[in-house]
Design a protein around this ligand. Structure first.
Ligand code: SF4
Ligand code: SF4
Length: 432
């Protein structure tokens, strides 16, 4: 089917990728919202610079297409520009079309990982467990120089940044849950909570049980976001179809809840993958309408205030606030949980520089962003910060250790689970 979408679903309706890029009138209104422009002051690293480059690329008028490489690959895909833009120009999707146009062959590591995720999940789990065991024994750190030497500096950096190394994955724990007759929700396990942060997934499931009663684990595969961002669209579509089939077979009439905002935002965007397949588009729309991110679930939930919380603040994961419009919902939940411990975070909606594999591909820019974020968190006086995306958890954990070690990071679900367990112990259970 080719590796370009050609048509995008934008906030102004379905458009060709060219029309979507042309919708940018280069007013520059979004520049101060764009993290890469803010920290570099470089016009080609702003939304209008990137939209212009993609337009020229599609017109075939870029004399040296490789010159667009840096501009397109330094975009965080955070969506802050779209949120600030009066015309709601879909820059992140336009940039991805530009990247796919520039690079015929997908990134080799992303391709390998996608293949493993899609077709050899058992082998991937075995390899990850071996790597995690080696990490626990301190052996993987020894491999960093070799990885740099063979041209895989990103992998060396990933090894350094990722601190968690579980030997039992979330899906293995959740599969042991007893069968449920009339499920009121289904849980979608994103790869982050599944392979890196099982405690996050377990917290989300505990929250859902407490707030909504019994539900089921979808026993899903990868949502396809990795393939969409770095690999091949056909792989992303194949993964999306499998997820939709799982949802349809789950028998749940309630929402599908996921706890990585990048993944839930992508699940909601599935219809865009199937614009030329009407049957699948209808199924994707039905599925997307059922998807909820954690901040949505918690927005109006009767959450008790957590006792004994240190000064606390909230970082908005980009794909929650810009991608799904959940900033108000997330802050409302965070405020209720923290009570008087809550502190406002200036620039809470500016990307921390995590952004999937961005931190490993653009280490210098990513470090500028996390240094700025850690500085804002330190200025708020917080000793605990929460977020709702896997990349944010990884990036904040390593960045805070480096720039503000007095502060720790948790997922919003973890705080909610603690509060609900505490409320139940105190005799104030949550209502549905
Ligand atoms: S993306 Fe929107 S706000 Fe930014 S320069 Fe283009 S039209 Fe203006
Ligand atoms: S998606 Fe983010 S980094 Fe990319 S142009 Fe928009 S604001 Fe800038």
């Amino acid at each position: 089917m080719g590796n370009l979408l050609h048509r995008l679903i934008t906030d102004l309706g379905e458009r060709s990728d060219y029309d979507a890029a042309s919708q940018c009138c280069r007013c520059g209104y979004c520049e101060q919202a764009c993290p890469t422009y803010v920290v570099t002051g470089d016009e080609t690293r702003s939304a209008r610079g990137r939209n212009q480059l993609v337009r020229l690329l599609i017109e075939g008028r870029l004399s040296d297409p490789a010159s667009a490489e840096d501009a397109l690959h330094t975009c965080l895909l955070c969506g802050a520009c779209t949120a600030a833009c009066y015309a709601r120009v879909a820059t992140a999707d336009i940039v991805l079309e530009g990247r796919r146009k520039l690079t015929e062959t997908p990134h080799r590591l992303a391709r390998l990982l996608t293949r493993l995720l899609a077709e050899h999940r058992g082998l991937l789990m075995l390899l990850l467990k071996a790597a995690n065991l080696a990490k626990r024994l301190g052996l993987t750190a020894l491999a960093r120089p070799a990885l740099r030497l063979i041209g895989l500096p990103g992998l060396a950096l990933a090894e350094e940044h990722v601190r968690e190394a579980p030997l039992v994955f979330l899906e293995e724990v959740l599969r042991r849950r007893p069968a449920v007759k009339d499920p009121r929700w289904s849980y979608f396990a994103p790869c982050g909570p599944n392979f890196l942060y099982p405690r996050v997934g377990l917290a989300t499931v505990a929250v859902l049980e407490s707030l909504r009663g019994p539900g089921v684990f979808m026993d899903n595969g990868c949502c396809g976001l990795l393939a969409y961002n770095y690999g091949e669209l056909d792989d992303a579509r194949a993964m999306a179809r499998r997820v939709i089939e799982r949802f349809e077979a789950s028998g749940s009439r309630g929402p599908v809840v996921g706890d990585c905002s990048s993944c839930t935002a992508f699940l909601k965007s599935y219809p865009q993958l199937f614009l030329s397949e009407p049957d699948w588009k209808v199924r994707a729309e039905r599925f997307a309408a059922a998807v909820r991110d954690v901040p949505e679930v918690l927005a109006d939930a009767p959450l008790p205030e957590l006792a004994g919380l240190p000064a606390f603040t909230y970082h908005d994961s980009c794909r929650a606030c810009h991608g799904q419009g959940l900033q108000t919902a997330a802050h409302a939940a965070a405020r209720r949980l923290a009570g008087s411990a809550y502190r406002e975070l200036p620039e809470s909606d500016m990307c921390c520089g995590g952004a999937g594999a961005y931190a490993f591909r653009n280490p210098a820019l990513s470090d500028d962003l996390i240094q700025r974020k850690a500085g804002r968190i330190a200025a708020s006086g917080a000793r605990l910060v929460a977020a709702s995306g896997t990349s944010c958890l990884i990036q904040l954990a390593q960045g805070l250790k480096k720039y503000y070690p007095e502060c720790e990071v948790v997922h919003l679900s973890e705080l909610a689970a603690r509060a609900l367990a505490q409320g139940a112990k105190d005799g104030t259970p949550a209502g549905a």
